[in-house]
Ligand binder design. Sequence first.
Ligand code: HEC
Length: 137
Amino acid sequence: MRDPEQQFLASFVLVLGILIGVAVGPVALADPEKPAAIPAAPISKAEAVDAPLTGPEVYNEICVSCHAPPGIGGAPALGDTDAWAARIAQGMDTLIDHALHGYSGSTGIMPRKGGRVDLSDEEVIGAVEYMVEQVAQ
Ligand code: HEC
């Protein structure tokens, strides 16, 4: 028979061992080489380029350089009713045709697709619609 003190010490060490195991175990098991979470795969460049731009995006990226108020080089400024009324009166088809293919009117030169020929027709049309919407109230 072991004496009670020895027995107590044995169970005390056992409990201590379990506690340390529980507390330290997961930390010790974790591989320090592995990052805690695998970062999400970045969007590939091809995908980002393929995604069509919205009208406001095209306007804010390209058209804004001339069409921002007060309008550079004779360009009708965004939201300027006086500058746009007669143009809108020509009809959307003409506005879109001029934006897509470029034209030189009485106030300046509108370059084809605002100079960004890599834009799709739909993207440019979206920007024209956006610009017209800012006037029509
Ligand atoms: C380099 C400057 C410049 C950029 C960039 C530009 N424009 Fe223009 N835009 C003009 C000028 C100048 C006119 C006015 C031409 C005139 O009537 O003599 C014009 C006119 C227009 C008109 C009116 C056409 C009409 O028949 O009256 C539309 C629509 C238009 N631009 C759309 C756009 C769109 C959409 C973009 C962006 C994709 C864009 N523009 C980018 C200079 C620019």
